[in-house]
Design a protein around this ligand. Structure first.
Ligand SMILES: C[S@@+](CC[C@H](N)C(=O)[O-])C[C@H]1O[C@@H](n2cnc3c(N)ncnc32)[C@H](O)[C@@H]1O
Length: 494
């Protein structure tokens, strides 16, 4: 059904948002960063955030001290309580265990689905039904019976909706996190794009136009104010916009990847705004290309000159070993999904003053024994696998491991060793000599801050003191990609 894109939400009115299964506040950060909220200056308030996990609530409260929180189970919510809150929008990530590929797939019969089913049951009985609903879950939810119940309820409550399966890789973010999303609007609201009665594997076309407008506005803004603060999501947005319509060319001697607008892009007035102009900040390109540095305006962003010099040096070293590293990569999780080049991981990494700063993140010898199962990346890589809540002790598929050495010989030796070890499956016989080959890769876990960066949490996101690194990994692994959700919130409100 093609729709006209009307919405009844009045820009002067305050949008009242209920955040369910709020965790560490990924949805709240996405709302804060949703392009449409910023551009149209929409007023909004998270009137209540609910989660039963007290550690998650501590992080949430640390970042959003003014938001009302409840640690009571969602299965205890009543019609009366919800009506009193006069909710306009519900943002929620219900527990995913009932639907995960590796789990028992108990679906609606799993006790962890109970609270979500309870909420769905309340919806048709509300006098003040919300106008917007966003649901995030794992791939697998789209074939569940719980999803069928969700759709039935939405139809009953006169919602129009779209389901999507998206990964941040499609948006230039070098981290796989294939997730199910549903965005729904209560009629007479309608979407600004044509609704499909099937799960979409890419964003609707209008998103590119919306982001083109955003970028245009940002350029104007930057021209006006020299010290505009760019946070992580702003930077990724730039990359996302160029990567949709670019051709990759090899840049002469440097052999570096430079993105150039395609002919199609140049010929289209609207899409043309997607292409970068010379005076835009592009750390990725500048790291390779000395020449552009002086032309770039100085923004007060995350990177200062020293950092850039260090990044350039890191990139130079890692470019040499890129080819060897392919053998350390695991296979991507999404079928049907196509995506262009992503930013390099270097942009998401912390820079340690001393090498020892990363010591507590080093992969210990006992885990190095499982080296052939690891997804090993380096700062030049443009992809990492999904970081799950099990990250931090080595577990296959729980997240990528970063290789800090830039010693080509060390990488070559480990590559050869891996090829041999895969064939012989003899890790019980590895001696000190073999272990030393792996140690020389200087493998470490990503830090919680780096994972938060890859999930596009803004730089303002803070970890409270007194919690362990493992607790941070667990909660980040449960969270979501803030940038992807911020785009979906915008799509709902457009
Ligand atoms: C997938 S995580 C959501 C993560 C969140 N969106 C974030 O950004 O961190 C699911 C959350 O639901 C919470 N939860 C599970 N069952 C619940 C229930 N019955 N009532 C309230 N919260 C619940 C868990 O504690 C967990 O934090």
């Amino acid at each position: 059904m093609a729709s006209s894109g009307t919405h009844v939400f009045h820009p002067e009115k305050e949008l009242r948002v209920l955040e369910l299964y709020s965790g560490i506040g990924g949805m709240h950060f996405a709302l804060d960063n949703a392009p449409v909220i910023k551009e149209q200056n929409l007023k909004y308030k998270v009137v209540l955030a609910i989660d039963i996990n007290n550690v998650a609530n501590r992080i949430y409260q640390h970042n959003f001290p003014d938001t009302n929180m409840s640690s009571s189970g969602i299965e205890g919510l009543t019609v009366k309580q919800l009506d009193k809150l006069k909710i306009d929008m519900i943002l929620m990530s219900p527990p995913c265990q009932p639907f995960t590929r590796v789990g028992k797939k108990m679906d609606h019969e799993d006790v962890r689905s109970k609270s979500f089913l309870h909420l769905l049951n309340l919806l048709p009985r509300l006098s003040h039904c919300p106008s917007y609903i966003l649901v995030e879950n794992v791939k697998g939810f789209e074939t569940s019976q719980t999803r069928d119940i969700l759709l039935q309820i939405l139809k009953k409550c006169d919602f129009t909706y779209q389901e999507l399966l998206l990964t941040p890789l499609q948006m230039g973010i070098p981290n796989a996190r294939l997730r199910y999303y549903l965005i729904a609007k209560k009629r007479p609201n309608s979407f600004c794009f044509s609704i499909k009665d099937q799960v979409l594997y890419d964003l609707p076309e209008c998103v590119y136009h919306m982001l083109a407008y955003r970028q245009h506005a940002e350029i104007q803004d930057k021209k006006g104010k020299a010290n505009t603060k760019l946070d992580m999501s702003g930077k990724i947005c730039d990359q996302f916009m160029i990567q949709k319509d670019v051709s990759l060319t090899l840049n002469g001697e440097n052999d570096s990847l430079v993105q150039k607008p395609s002919a199609e892009c140049q010929s289209n007035q609207n899409v043309n705004m997607l292409c970068k102009t010379e005076d835009q900040s592009d750390v990725d390109k500048s790291v390779f290309d000395e020449g552009t540095k002086s032309k770039r305006p100085k923004f007060n962003n995350t990177y200062n000159e020293n950092t850039e010099d260090r990044l350039r040096e890191i990139v130079r070293q890692f470019r040499e070993i890129e080819n060897h590293n392919e053998i350390f990569r695991q296979v991507e999780d999404g079928e049907h999904i196509s995506y262009g080049p992503c930013l390099q991981l270097v942009h998401f990494l912390e820079t340690a003053n001393k090498r020892e700063d990363f010591d507590k993140f080093r992969v210990p010898d006992k885990d190095l024994k499982r080296f052939i199962l690891m997804d090993i990346v380096n700062p030049c890589s443009r992809k990492s696998i999904c970081f799950t809540k099990r990250y931090g002790h080595f577990m296959e598929g729980a997240g990528s491991i970063i290789q800090m050495t830039s010693d080509v010989q060390a990488v070559k030796a480990a590559t050869d060793f891996k090829a041999h070890a895969v064939q012989t499956q003899n890790r019980d016989q590895w001696q000190e000599e073999e272990m030393e080959i792996i140690r020389r890769l200087e493998l470490r876990y990503f830090t919680p801050r780096e994972i938060a960066n890859l999930l596009c949490f803004p730089q303002s996101f803070r970890f409270p003191e007194g919690l362990s690194i493992i607790q941070f990994y667990r909660l980040l692994g449960n969270s979501l990609n803030v940038y992807v959700v911020s785009i979906l919130i915008s799509l709902m409100l457009l």
